[in-house]
Design a protein around this ligand. Structure first.
Ligand code: ADP
Length: 474
């Protein structure tokens, strides 16, 4: 900086403003000297002093040369002045002006070098600043920088959105005035006082989102901090996933406990009772076998879900272009004993030429789950329809039943793991509560989704929406 200042002074001293006051007096001196010389020559001629004439001529020549040199210097300085003005506004390298005066030419070259150096440095600083600004904007966290007086010095877009700040409207304003979150004021104050503050979990805004707020003191030298950097990490999704995992573990334990208790209870009874008739033995072993089957189904469903949720599923699953009608017919055939027993008629409405890129096994499983539910909840002697049709860019496979229907308040939870409208009845019917969650995941690995439309008393329609083109990841 000191260099730049001294350089600036040098440049200023060269400008016409600095040199102008000296010019008129020099000009006057030269004019007076020329007039005196002319008078001297006239007097010498009149008085007949020819010997002094060469001296007068020499003085005259010197004066003339000096005047010419001075004129050249003035022109050079003027060119230099123009050059300095140009350098003030120009950001690309400049060529120094060609001037007659060697000193001024050296000075112009020095100014050109200084300008080039300054331009390179400014360009680099601007690029670094832009990089930093872009990094702060794309970092994915909310960032705020405040000084010791709690004035906001910097805020990125996420912080602006989070606290409802207008872009740049926060600059220099008090944190307390712009951010109405007492927990954050307190965190910043503590950081300014004690330097080290552990990150805290805060619910911000309408308390629907959870943030991990970390504060870091900013120092420009030794001693107390000059400011605080506040970093806000949105951990809402993480916390939600953790809650889901905890719920899932609790639900699994709950689901496993009943069949295991039943198996143990009946097996112990069989062991303890001395006299058992055949009918009792058959009844107890039947209950044990039924509970073992329930356990096996549950474990099978849990394994299927965990596979579908793992990143490995996207890598290992194979998708082939296959006609859809035969997959549906196969499922209907497998469930025929059940539908026959209850006189339920399954009608298939599917264009036999319709093919989709699918994983046959998984699509078969999704249709099985939907059809099993439809049969389970349908009255005896009713009809179940499986309808496949184009729907915009996708294909919709729907399973329609004439069952009791589902109240709208349950619709958004039906595809959650272990959700049942009536848990006891669902268990009695052999349901694991995972069937629809599996259907949703199968739809998603195909790049589609699953949904429901249902009205109480008018039956239900569960559907798979599958892309007509290539499924995701292929
Ligand atoms: P479950 O093994 O209990 O059937 P699902 O995930 O397949 O588990 O279904 C979740 C719940 O959705 C069921 O318990 C039931 O309450 C409801 N449900 C599913 N399909 C139907 C349907 N076709 N008609 C009425 N209710 C249904």
């Amino acid at each position: 900086m000191a260099d730049a200042d001294s350089e600036t002074n040098t440049i200023e001293s060269l400008t016409p403003t600095a040199t102008a006051p000296r010019a008129p007096s020099t000009e006057l001196q030269h004019t007076v000297m020329a007039v005196l010389l002319a008078l001297f020559v006239v007097v010498a001629i009149v008085l007949g002093w020819p010997a002094v004439l060469p001296v007068a001529a020499a003085v005259g020549c010197t004066l003339l040369l000096q005047n010419k040199g001075r004129h050249r210097a003035m022109v050079s300085l003027h060119a230099l002045e123009q050059f300095v003005h140009l350098a003030e506004s120009e950001t690309t390298p400049l060529t120094p002006p060609s001037v007659d005066c060697p000193d001024t030419a050296r000075l112009a070259r020095a100014i050109a070098r200084l300008h080039a150096h300054h331009t390179t440095r400014t360009t680099r600083i601007e690029a670094e600043y832009e990089d930093m600004r872009r990094t702060l904007e794309t970092i994915g966290h909310g960032l705020l920088v405040v000084d010791v007086q709690h004035r906001i010095l910097r805020a990125n877009r996420i912080a602006e959105q989070l606290f409802g700040l207008s872009p740049d409207g926060w600059r220099g304003r008090m944190l307390e005035e712009c951010v109405r979150e007492p927990a954050i004021h307190e965190l910043v104050s503590r950081c300014l006082l004690s330097n080290e503050v552990a990150p805290e979990e805060l619910r911000l805004g309408d308390a629907s989102r959870v943030y991990l707020a970390a504060v870091e003191p900013l120092h420009s030298g030794q001693g107390r901090p000059d400011g605080v950097l506040l970093v806000l990490d949105d951990i809402t999704r993480l916390r939600r996933l953790e809650a889901m995992r905890t719920d899932f573990a609790a639900n699994i334990s709950h689901e496993l406990r009943t069949p295991i208790t039943n198996i143990r209870g009946y097996a112990e009874t069989l062991l303890q009772m001395d006299e058992l008739d055949d009918a009792q033995v058959r009844q107890f072993t039947g209950i044990i076998a039924g509970n073992a089957t329930r356990l096996a189904t549950l474990i099978e469903d849990i394994l299927t879900l965990s596979f579908l949720e793992s990143p490995q599923s996207a890598r290992t699953l194979e998708f082939v272009s296959a006609p859809i009608a035969p997959i549906i017919e196969e499922v209907v055939e497998i469930l025929k004993p059940t539908t026959d027993a209850r006189e339920i008629k399954v009608l298939i409405e599917c264009d036999p030429s319709l093919s989709l890129r699918v994983n046959r096994t998984l699509l078969g499983q999704a249709i099985t789950n939907l059809l099993t539910n439809a049969i389970k909840f349908s009255p005896d002697g009713s009809k179940v329809r499986i309808r496949v049709g184009a729907d915009g860019d996708s294909v919709r496979l729907s399973v329609l039943d004439e069952g009791p229907g589902i109240a709208p308040e349950h619709h958004h939870r039906l595809f959650e793991r272990f959700f049942r409208v009536d848990a006891a009845r669902s268990r009695d019917r052999g349901g694991t509560g995972l069937g629809l969650a599996i259907v949703k995941h199968i739809a998603r690995v195909h790049g589609g989704d699953a949904g429901v439309e249902s009205t109480i008393g008018k039956g239900s329609t569960f559907f798979l929406q599958l892309p007509a083109g290539n499924p995701r990841g292929l």
